[in-house]
Design a binder for this molecule. Structure first.
Ligand SMILES: [Ca+2]
Ligand SMILES: [Ca+2]
Length: 268
């Protein structure tokens, strides 16, 4: 059983803010090989725009970490796009008559566009989408961690009154899949011993799993026993994500909560 003694205060690990903002692993690239254009994104939300002028000239752009990457080429009939995680969009247009748009995320996908031209603007596009990362490109594993003062609850609550905590966590490396945050109360400031009790859980999905920092409010909880309680929260409490650092998922709230006694203060 894990004991985390003395998690008094803020967070379990110092994460430099710049490191927490974005991964800097692999900028987006565009390469041409024969009649194939290979576009590789990064773990953030990329926007890929491909325009075929209908006469064989391709303009392609991808946005991501850093400046957009652009390329121009001719004789391209196949596009292979690796989204590398994040919520990505791909838009293809040919001349003025064909337009294909895809919104993908948060997983990594390989998207193949095959342009089947029959001359002029009469072509059409076949799109296939399958999970997968670009071969040979390092992938940053996902990590969940707490921000500074990542968990803040009330100093006092009235008897039989629900309360919420503000919580701020960071998803780095890649967008994550859905996960759960579990909230606990404890008589002492040690997590993992016998006086801990589960307050409740919160499911994080969709926008809350994107790479970046997410601030929000916990569900409402209630402690029926008067007293002073330390509050903990654990990211990915069901351990469904394989993370770069599994040891930074627990946080102790900035202050304990005092649940007031319904019988009032003791007589002086
Ligand atoms: Ca991406
Ligand atoms: Ca973690």
């Amino acid at each position: 059983m894990n004991s985390h003694r003395g998690l008094r205060g803020r967070h379990t690990r110092f994460v430099p803010r710049l490191e927490a903002l974005e991964d800097r692993c692999c900028p987006s690239t565009i390469e041409v090989s024969g009649s194939t254009m290979v576009i590789i994104g990064d773990s953030t939300d990329n926007a890929v725009t491909i325009h075929d002028n209908g006469s064989g000239t391709i303009d392609a752009t991808i946005t991501g970490v850093g400046d957009p990457v652009t390329a121009m080429a001719t004789g391209i009939s196949n596009f292979v796009i690796y989204t590398q995680g994040g919520f990505d969009t791909i838009n293809y247009s040919r001349g003025t008559t064909i337009s294909t748009g895809l919104s993908l995320g948060p997983a990594a996908y390989q998207v193949t566009l095959n342009v089947l031209a029959t001359g002029g603007f009469g072509g059409f596009v076949l799109v296939t989408v399958q999970p997968g990362f670009a071969p040979g490109v390092p992938v940053n594993p996902v990590d969940l961690s707490w921000s500074d003062d990542g968990l803040v609850g009330p100093a006092t609550v009235a008897p039989q009154t629900p309360f919420t905590l503000s919580r701020t966590y960071t998803v780095s490396g890649q967008a994550a899949g859905p996960f759960t945050i579990a909230y606990y109360g404890s008589v002492d400031d040690i997590f993992g011993n016998e006086d801990d009790f589960l307050l409740g859980t919160e499911t994080i999905k969709d926008a809350g799993t994107r790479a970046g920092t997410h601030s929000g409010t916990s569900p409402a909880f209630q402690i029926s026993t008067p007293g002073t309680f330390f509050l903990f929260a654990r990211l990915d409490s069901d351990s469904v994500l394989a993370e770069a650092d599994e040891a930074n998922n627990l946080v102790l709230a900035l202050q304990p909560v005092v649940v007031e006694d319904p019988t009032g203060p003791p007589p002086i």
